[in-house]
Design a binder for this molecule. Structure first.
Ligand SMILES: Nc1ncnc2c1ncn2[C@@H]1O[C@H](COP(=O)(O)OP(=O)(O)O)[C@@H](O)[C@H]1O
Ligand SMILES: [Mg+2]
Length: 271
C-alpha cells in the first residue's frame, strides 16, 4: 500500500498554566504517492504542527499517520523536511551538506557520489560544490536544502514555508524548481505557504485550514501545478480560473482572520 494517510489526527498542547490549545482536531487526508499538496491558512491554524506530526517530531494526542502501510512513530529518512532557512551546516561546503544524509547512513562516496553530483546539477549548483554555505545567497541556500533532502531519497518531502524568506524574483525561480523536481522525482510533497498565489501555483491539491481548533476548511484540486511544470509560471497566472480561485481563497482567509480579531477583541473587552 503506497501513499500517505493522515487519519483522524488531533493535537492538544497542555500549557503550564493549566489551559490547553487544540492545535488540530480530527484532520484526515489521503495522499497518493507523487501528489503535491499545498497548505494555506491563517497563522496558528496548526500547519506546522501537522507537518511536525507527519515528520515524526511530535506524537499526536489522537489519530495516526500511515506511510506505505506502516504507522509513523518517529523521524525517519523516508520523510524529509525542508525548513524556511538556517538549517544547513555552516561549517561544511555545499557538497558535504548535500551528501550528509548518505554519509550518516554509512554509505561510501562511490555509492552516493554520482547521485549527489547529479542532484547538485539538477538544482543548478554544479559550479558551487566547494563553496561554503555562508557564501551563497538565500535562494542558493534553499537549493542546497532541496538537494540535501533529495539525497536521502525520501518518499515524502515536507516543506514549511521553504521560500518565505526569498525576494520575489528568486522565489518565482524556486517555485519552478519545486515543480521540476516534483515531476522528475515523483515524490509526494506537502508544502506549507503563506502565499495564496504560491499555494495555487504549486498545489495539485490545496488545503485551506481554519483555526481554533485547527482543521480542514476546504480542499481544492487544481490544474495549475501540472500546467506550471511545462511552462512559464507567469503564463499560468493568466489562466482565467487562477484569479477567480485566488480571490475566493483570499476572501475565505480574510473572513477567518476577521473572526479571530473579533474574538480577541471581545475577549479583551470582557477582561
Ligand atoms: N509546543 C507547543 N506548545 C504549546 N502550544 C503550541 C506548541 N506548538 C504550537 N502551539 C500552538 O498550536 C497552535 C498551532 O500552531 P502552529 O502549528 O505553529 O500553527 P501555524 O503553523 O499554522 O501558524 C497555535 O495556537 C500555537 O500557539
Ligand atoms: Mg507555522
Amino acid at each position: 500500500m503506497s501513499g500517505l494517510s493522515i487519519q483522524n489526527l488531533s493535537m492538544r498542547f497542555d500549557l503550564p498554566n493549566g489551559s490547553s490549545v487544540q492545535a488540530l482536531k480530527d484532520v484526515s487526508l489521503d495522499l497518493a504517492q507523487g501528489e503535491l499538496l499545498s497548505v494555506l491558512g491563517p497563522s496558528g491554524c496548526g500547519k506546522t504542527t501537522l507537518l511536525n506530526i507527519v515528520a515524526g517530531f511530535l506524537a499526536p494526542t489522537d489519530g495516526k499517520i500511515i506511510l506505505n502501510g506502516h504507522e509513523v512513530r518517529g523521524p525517519a529518512a523516508e520523510r524529509g523536511m525542508v525548513f524556511q532557512q538556517g538549517a544547513l551546516f555552516e561549517w561544511m561546503n555545499v557538497r558535504d551538506n548535500v551528501s550528509f544524509g548518505p554519509r550518516m547512513a554509512g554509505k561510501r562516496e562511490k555509492d552516493y557520489g554520482a547521485n549527489v553530483d547529479h542532484l547538485l546539477e539538477v538544482v543548478g549548483l554544479r559550479d558551487f560544490k566547494e563553496k561554503a554555505v555562508y557564501e551563497l545567497s538565500g535562494g542558493m541556500q534553499q537549493r542546497v536544502a532541496l538537494a540535501r533532502c533529495l539525497a536521502n531519497d525520501p518518499d515524502v518531502i515536507l516543506m514549511d514555508e521553504p521560500l518565505g524568506a526569498l525576494d520575489a524574483l528568486t522565489r518565482e525561480k524556486m517555485q519552478s524548481l519545486v515543480l521540476k523536481l516534483w515531476k522528475e522525482t515523483g515524490k509526494t510533497i506537502i508544502l506549507i505557504t503563506h502565499s495564496v498565489e504560491e499555494a495555487l501555483l504549486l498545489g495539485e491539491r490545496l488545503l485551506v485550514m481554519a483555526p481554533r481548533p485547527g482543521r480542514i476548511h476546504r480542499e481544492y484540486r487544481l490544474p495549475f501545478a501540472d500546467l506550471g511544470a511545462g511552462q512559464d509560471l507567469r503564463a499560468v497566472k493568466k489562466h482565467p480560473d487562477f484569479a477567480t480561485t485566488r480571490e475566493e481563497i483570499l476572501g475565505m482567509i480574510w473572513d477567518m482572520e476577521e473572526e479571530i480579531m473579533g474574538r480577541s477583541e471581545t475577549a479583551g473587552a470582557a477582561s
